[in-house]
Design a binder for this molecule. Structure first.
Ligand SMILES: [Zn+2]
Length: 114
């Protein structure tokens, strides 16, 4: 290999290594970001579970009817549902993807009035 060729090869390798380092840095930042987001969602999820447990507990004691014919606690559940979260036992506290309707949730909110 000529000296000149060797130098060119080194320059090329250097550029490739820098590009690879850039990719690694980007991926590292992304993982860090996702971890952070995951923690926030986990906390939010826990908060919603606590809130939901609170509401369900309230619901069993309170049978007070409101103007709409729903109990206060059912109205709370309806609000959480409309905010985009499941209130059914099956998916309890998880986000409704793309606001998809859930028959189980609707049953919890509007099912046989007591
Ligand atoms: Zn549901």
């Amino acid at each position: 290999m000529e000296k000149r060729e060797l130098l060119d090869t080194f320059t090329e390798l250097e550029a490739q290594t820098e590009a690879t380092l850039g990719i690694i840095k980007t991926m590292k930042d992304e993982v860090s970001h996702l971890t952070e987001e995951n923690n926030v969602l986990r906390m939010e999820n826990q908060h919603l579970r606590d809130r939901l447990a609170e509401i369900i507990k309230q619901q069993s004691i309170e049978k007070q009817m409101t103007d709409s014919g729903l109990t206060k606690s059912r109205l709370n559940l309806e609000k959480i549902y409309e905010d985009g979260f499941h209130v059914c036992n099956l998916f309890y506290g998880s986000r409704r993807d793309g606001d998809e309707p859930c028959a189980f949730c609707l049953e919890v909110i509007y099912g046989e009035r007591k």
